[in-house]
Write a protein that binds this ligand. Sequence first.
Ligand SMILES: Nc1ncnc2c1ncn2[C@@H]1O[C@H](COP(=O)(O)OP(=O)(O)O)[C@@H](O)[C@H]1O
Ligand SMILES: [Mg+2]
Length: 281
Amino acid sequence: MPHRWAMEDMRLAKRHTRDSSPRGIFVTATDTGVGKTLITAALVAHLTQRGIDVGVMKPIESGVSRSAKAQSDGARLQRAAGSHDSMAEICLYVFRLPVAPLSAARADGTIVRVAAIVRAFRALRKKHALMVVEGAGGVHVPITSSLDVLDLIYRMKLAAIVVGRSGLGGVNQALLTLNALRQRNIPIVALVLNQLRPVHTTTARVQEQSTVNLLRRLAKVPVVGPLPYSPSVNRNWNEGLIRLAGTAPITKLARLVLTRIIHEGSSRKRADAKRDGHSEA
Ligand SMILES: Nc1ncnc2c1ncn2[C@@H]1O[C@H](COP(=O)(O)OP(=O)(O)O)[C@@H](O)[C@H]1O
Ligand SMILES: [Mg+2]
């Protein structure tokens, strides 16, 4: 274990036994299919390899067929964390139709209850040092007739990671998503840029450089990546994931997450001490 991490890991492990603060991160994205599951699973695998007890949730998942349950996002996150929590706890709402949660729920004659997700999250949080939750689609994807993913993040009281594409079109999508989160005062841990396709041509390279440079200047949050295109994950998910978990972008992301969680804990401790009438050290 690299030395600079040791202290943070220890502090996190200690906090687990002491309090019941949010200790969680919500992974959202600029779109569907931009790498949320891959990046969430790689982050979870990295933290788990470091000896941190990570709990996972994919509270709403659509497009899960009976025959491909092992390839569902929920199952992939469960494996990345080596979690013993049941799929019923990890994935509260599973729909067959590969459409937005509100439509998928309607097709199944169900309604998603955000309060049930928050309750399930709180129960899981008690068992783990840190929770990592993968959203569905992007922030304005409707979950119920009146609530979207942004409302879900807000009600779970979590900080967000935003995953976006590193290529052409990435700037506008990322800035729109970051602004939506800021408008609700949702803390943003990082913007992770993902190379969804191999970058072979000079044009593609120039486009990526432009997107990354512009976002480093304009995002006003730490920018991680680009996470390189890794064909191995599509050949063998588990092996590809382990490789990805050790890369520099995922290591940087893990560091930002741990720093955020520790900072959250210190702020809460100060707030608790103030409320209880203790003076601050
Ligand atoms: N950096 C990458 N290298 C190779 N394949 C990737 C990369 N990022 C995403 N993919 C592939 O793209 C698809 C969509 O990614 P996924 O993580 O499922 O997106 P989301 O969860 O946002 O819908 C998956 O098949 C995934 O393996
Ligand atoms: Mg996914």
